[in-house]
Design a protein around this ligand. Sequence first.
Ligand code: DX5
Ligand code: ZN
Length: 221
Amino acid sequence: MKVPVRVAPSILSADFGRLAAEVAEVEAAGAEYIHVDVMDGCFVPNITLGPGMVAAVRRATKAVVDVHLMIVEPERHVAAFAKAGADIIAVHVEAARHLQRTLAEIRDLGKRAGVVLNPATPEEAVRYVLDDVDLILAMTVNPGFGGQRFLRATLPKIRALRRMIEDSGRAIDLEVDGGLTVETVPAVVEAGADVLVAGNAVFGEADRAKAIEALRAAVLG
Ligand code: DX5
Ligand code: ZN
């Protein structure tokens, strides 16, 4: 299946010392989303950033600010990320105890609600919240760090999620995150992904515009 893809550079691999310039650069290069990885040192081993950094990203761009919460008890923090200017707030099914309630709360805050699945979590975990989501994010690495190796075993799940979205008739983004490169993006897009998160593949390259172009060219095959 060939669908128009959107690219979501993950600022986790950017130079935080010049964050606004980094964000402006990828936006000018045509990135539709700016992916912001929030880690708490508890749900995942790493600690990254909070609402203050999301506000700084918001000031730096008109692109969609896509916040990926890798935190326990996300319901305690969604309002702060909404206030900081996130457009999409995505929570892990493994972390949200009352998932539907938290997703509904994100929408009540006027934001798009996203749900995230770890590599080992089956697609069935989102079946009964399809009414409440605007985006499903399938992790293609175990969350926590940039630059990890893509897990091919997630491909059948991406395909199953695409089928679930089509069957539902709803407009839901299917985003994938982790280990995406020019080598791995063709398979995820073929499986049905339409938003591609890329950290190292964009910010690890000196020419970010060229890197984004290379990802798009790889999926056009
Ligand atoms: C991983 C994060 C990713 C990460 C991707 O826990 O959710 O968004 O930044 O980085 P790459 O593209 O380098 O695998
Ligand atoms: Zn992420």
